[in-house]
Design a protein around this ligand. Structure first.
Ligand code: MBD
Ligand code: FE
Length: 313
């Protein structure tokens, strides 16, 4: 059975009232967008002959998603975060402020207010005994290669099980989360552990939807960065490690070729000792180029709800 009702006065009047077009109060932008959203949803029901059973399943799915706290997790899986990056890249290009190290998505697992140190710090609390040691370092420069001292490099990543502190209450506060201020040469360096990739909770609503379209919910091993300095465009980015099965098959669409890095194993006893270590480790390098801008609104990260943002940042 396939009936067509979208063109009728009944549906038109219904949508008009749903969006509050007959009300003096409320916000015009919300009315316009809600009208479009509900119109297009009803049009989908008509075009695909969606059954009441299917539509109610979708309504209760939204409820399940909210209860699980996974709304900001299914978002990157549906390409929302990547789509916003594509738009911001295009805006930068149009405004002539493209270039520098590419952006990629923030993801839902940032926690504001990590310890802030000059030049160097250790990020791991030493309890992840299965993990390989990582030395991560790099130089922050402008587009001409001029070093930028005093830039803040805010780094966060998962443990050897793919879990993030704060969201995994078994980890210590701010484990694997640090802010490093670059030294007089624009350099930063941390000792940490090699992260593992992330997998969506297998029984959660995000994985449920992904499975319905034949997709996995895995991310490759990766390290997140916010890099900022007054006078330069804020950069939200990540590096993806090169030896992961999912390096080029990320459910969150965050991998960019320019952001893939090798973790190089260092076995040489002298180099190990020179770095103050006793065991072989893996070295990861990530140099960053920032783009100059006078526009202060571009010098900070965009707003979104973040853990500990008000209390501690
Ligand atoms: C992550 O660690 C992540 O970075 C993203 C984008 C989604 C889920 C988990
Ligand atoms: Fe992540």
């Amino acid at each position: 059975m396939s009936v067509r009702t979208m063109h009728t006065d009944d549906v038109r009047e219904l949508l008009h009232k749903v969006a509050g077009f007959d009300q003096a109060e409320g916000q015009e932008r919300v009315k316009q967008i809600l009208h479009r959203v509900m119109h297009d949803l009803f049009q989908i029901v008509e075009d695909f002959d969606v059954t009441p059973e299917e539509l109610w399943r979708a309504v209760y799915y939204v409820g399940e998603l909210g209860q699980s706290g996974e709304a900001a997790l299914v978002a990157p899986g549906l390409g929302i975060d990547r789509y916003l990056d594509i738009r911001m890249d295009a805006e930068d290009e149009q405004a002539g402020r493209d270039g520098g190290t590419p952006r990629t998505i923030e993801g839902p697992l940032y926690v504001a207010g990590a310890p802030l140190k000059d030049g160097y710090d250790r990020m791991d609390d030493g309890t992840d005994t299965q993990a390989e040691t990582m030395i991560l370092s790099g130089q922050v420069t402008d587009e001409n290669g001029q070093p930028l001292p005093g830039a803040v490099v805010d780094i966060w990543h998962a443990d050897s099980k793919g879990a993030y502190s704060y969201f995994d209450p078994s980890q210590s506060d701010y484990n694997l989360r640090r802010r490093i201020r670059t030294d007089s040469d624009g350099r930063y360096k941390v000792r940490s552990i090699i992260p593992s990739g992330y997998g969506c909770p297998p029984d959660g609503p995000t994985q449920k939807l992904l499975s319905l379209v034949g997709r996995h919910g895995q991310r490759p091993a990766h390290i997140h960065f916010f890099i900022s300095r007054p006078g330069y465009k804020h950069l939200t980015t990540q590096i993806n490690l090169s030896d992961d099965d999912y390096t080029y098959d990320d459910f969150a669409f965050a991998t960019r070729g320019e952001l893939v890095r090798d973790a190089v194993r260092i076995d040489d006893p002298e180099t190990i000792r020179a770095n103050g270590l006793e065991v072989p480790y893996k070295e990861v390098r990530f140099d960053v180029q920032l783009v100059a801008t006078e526009d202060e609104s571009l010098q900070t990260r965009h707003e979104r709800p973040r853990a500990q943002e008000e209390t501690n940042s």
